[in-house]
Design a binder for this molecule. Structure first.
Ligand code: BGC
Length: 720
């Protein structure tokens, strides 16, 4: 058994600093592996390279093996490197983007997908993934909303925890598990105006209520590593923010694991204007417990000097290095530095395609259906039209080792499902926001006229979301709207599929489209999932994890806002009124919206009692009836509102959900238990308490709540 303390004893200072440094694979070999930041900031001497303890973003297990082999030949201490990667929604087999996974409201599905990704990643030579990203999001202009599970802290926590447990397993030495790095701490999703990397200004109250909980849940679930975010939080960049990194993370939450900077974020402390030079940047980051520097070289350049000047002690350096060596040891790297890395590239298996397809089916959200869907299985002549009709680029941003060309397109999926049908596939127009070429319209309209049904495939390109991809306008592109009008104008038997990495504004489309099925970016098996969903071989059951605005001007928009005072009638242009002049405050589709081919009637919400004390609980029974003859899944949600409290409370707040399968005509009673901790919030003294008083409960979904019941909390934790 390796003795890491013994190794530490013989290490030089530069060797130790190497264990706190991570660089891209292309510093070690000639590769076109992805680079997820600006490499220009990286100046490192060849001598130091041999001490580097961690690599990110390499291309294949062969590359991993080569880098590790050469490193071990040069390292007198024989400390294996750790290989990290952004396994965000699949490694080789790509499943739907995280925002879509949120719509599944199914943590078991998330577990299944993450386990699959972990197994592939191990074979691919990865030991740490920069997942889960649990940034709370409210503004769809921000391109990184695609990496989050949405606008509800509870949903983010449930999904984040599922990912942590699935990737890490019960024991890190298990060869099917990898360690996780939860990110981006904190509140990166609060970027002003939805522009990536922008300032974040949030009250402590809002931070604690909505933005911080999911990170904490992931750490409590055992996440090994955390990554501070790029942004300033209330004036101080996260990497140097002592309130965040020391007061909250270390002192309050007791986190003692590894902190890794984001790409170049330590050097960027200079760009933020909080460090005058690299030495000051290194000092700020190290002082705020940042253990590993990703892709800048401030630690290599200045940490030794800072220790020599007694700014930091050798004991502090040793403590950080020991944490790193300990993780390597627990991952089994000293026993086998290649761990599970294969000798050849990983191939997608049939089983993994099945998982990916099921996930895509469960994450799709049926936004509108006037009865046109599902299409008849006997359909003989159909047209698949639009820029996403036969487009392989539907796996989404951050697709790791996934390959676009291996995805099933919509056209491929329909052809596979209906081999005897006559299928015409036409692009009609492009997918860029400024496309104006309408020369494909005539062909599209003629095909639509001549077909029994039309599948119209619209949306924004997959590289419009993800890091650095912020948008000013969320409306479906003008040319696609024109194509939709022309096609639907000649064939009402049209279902529109929408692809995007963020909520879009579909207000105009909604007026004319008979049905809209939002596919997000569904991953490798997207086209097969589409086919099954459109023709009733699968029943849509996704519910929105993020609100779809009616207009971009409503952003940020979210369901769990506080009371709107001076509420005015929709569109009323009256003085002293909180509504917009042009239209209502309400979004087009709220959080929780999502239709099914089944019809679910919510019949009763019953409470076991109408008052409780802090040590009691109330049983909630919700009777749901599938009144249709189609089997399906429904997410039954429980919402709450604390009517009067010392801070204004959300008008609706999701406190529990269960995803349930119903046979045709089946009626079920779904049970939830409400306990006092579920009623807690951050009060006006920044204490996490419950206060006595009246609470309301509902089921249904945001802005469409039903079956209201009231109960009282006799004594809250604030009185104890
Ligand atoms: C992103 C992180 C990512 C890192 C490494 C950065 O640009 O912000 O989310 O984990 O690159 O690829």
């Amino acid at each position: 058994m390796v003795d890491i303390k013994k190794i530490l004893k013989r290490m030089t200072v530069r060797e130790k600093i190497g264990q706190l440094s991570q660089y891209n694979a292309n510093l070690f070999l000639d590769t076109d592996a992805m680079v997820t930041g600006n490499m220009d900031m990286l100046v490192i001497s060849g001598e130091d390279l041999k001490y580097v303890g961690h690599v990110l973003n390499f291309k294949s297990p062969a590359e991993m093996r080569q880098i590790q082999k050469e490193h071990l030949q040069n390292d007198r201490n024989k400390i294996p490197m750790l290989f990290m990667m952004d396994v965000i929604h699949g490694f080789r087999t790509i499943y739907p983007i995280p925002l879509a996974l949120g719509c599944s409201f199914n943590p078991d599905l998330v577990t299944e997908c993450s386990r699959m990704a972990a197994r592939e990643a191990v074979k691919g030579g990865v030991q740490v993934t920069f997942t889960p990203m649990v940034d709370y999001v409210r503004d769809a202009r921000w391109g990184r909303v695609m990496e989050s599970t949405g606008e509800d802290a509870y949903l983010n926590s449930v999904m984040g925890e599922a990912q942590v447990r699935a990737f890490q397993g019960d024991d890190l030495s298990d060869k099917e598990s990898i360690a996780v790095c939860v990110k981006h701490f904190a509140a990166y999703g609060g970027a002003e105006a939805g522009r990536d990397y922008n300032t974040v200004e949030l009250s402590e109250h809002t931070l604690r209520e909505h933005y911080l909980p999911a990170y904490k849940v992931c750490l409590d679930a055992g996440a090994e590593i955390i990554m501070p975010s790029f942004n300033t939080l209330n004036g101080v960049p996260a990497t140097a923010n002592s309130w965040l990194m020391k007061t909250v993370l270390k002192d309050e939450w007791g986190f003692d694991g590894i902190v890794i900077s984001d790409f170049g974020a330590i050097k960027e402390l200079i760009d933020h204007g909080v460090a005058q030079d690299g030495k000051a940047a290194a000092r700020l980051a190290f002082d705020n417990n940042c253990n590993i520097e990703m892709c800048s070289a401030m630690y290599f350049s200045y940490l030794e000097e800072l220790i020599g000047e007694n700014v930091f002690s050798m004991a502090q350096l040793d403590e950080a290095v020991l944490k790193v060596l300990d993780l390597k040891k627990r991952l089994g790297m000293f026993d086998n530095p290649y761990r599970g890395a294969d000798v050849t590239d990983i191939e997608i298996t049939h089983e993994n395609r099945e998982v990916s397809r099921r996930a895509a089916e469960e994450c799709a959200v049926l936004l509108k259906n006037n009865g046109v869907l599902p299409f008849k299985k006997s359909t003989k002549k159909l047209a698949v039209i639009g820029p996403f009709a036969d487009n392989h680029n539907i796996i989404g941003f951050w697709s790791c080792n996934g390959k676009n060309e291996e995805s099933v397109t919509v056209a491929d999926g329909i052809k596979a499902l209906l081999p005897d049908a006559e299928i015409t596939v036409i692009e009609g127009c492009g997918d860029e926001w400024n496309d104006t070429d309408t020369s494909g319209f005539d062909e599209a309209v003629n095909a639509a006229k001549a077909s029994e049904v039309v599948i119209l495939c619209l949306g924004e390109p997959q590289d419009y979301s993800g890091e650095g991809n912020s948008r000013l306008e969320l409306e479906l592109h003008k040319i696609q709207l024109e194509l939709a009008k022309a096609v639907i104008g000649v064939n009402r038997n049209t279902a529109v599929l929408t692809f995007s990495g963020r909520p879009m504004v579909l207000t105009e489309l909604e007026k004319t489209a008979p049905a809209i099925l939002h596919m997000w970016f569904p991953g490798t098996e997207g086209g097969m999932a589409v086919a099954n969903l459109l023709f009733g071989f699968a029943n849509p059951c996704g519910k929105l994890s993020m609100t779809f605005p009616r207009s971009t001007g409503q952003c940020p928009i979210y369901y769990n806002h506080t009371n709107i005072i001076k509420y005015g009638k929709p569109g009323a242009h009256k003085p002293y009124c909180a509504s917009y002049i042009e239209h209502d405050n309400l979004p087009l589709y709220s959080f929780g919206h999502g239709l099914s081919y089944s019809d679910f009637a919510y019949e009763e919400l019953a409470l076991s009692k109408d008052a409780m004390t802090a040590d009691e609980s109330i049983e909630v029974s919700i009777t749901v009836h599938n009144t249709s003859d189609i089997a399906g899944k429904e997410t039954v949600m429980l919402y709450m509102c604390d009517m009067v409290a010392s801070t204004a409370r959300p008008v609706q707040q999701l406190i529990a959900f269960k995803k349930i399968y119903f046979e045709p005509s089946e009626r079920k009673v779904i049970k939830f238990t409400v306990t006092e901790p579920m009623l807690r919030f951050w009060n006006n003294n920044n204490e996490y308490v419950s206060e006595p008083g009246e609470f309301r409960l509902w089921t249904g979904y945001a802005d469409h709540l039903v079956l209201e019941k009231k109960f009282s909390l006799m004594i809250g934790s604030s009185d104890v």
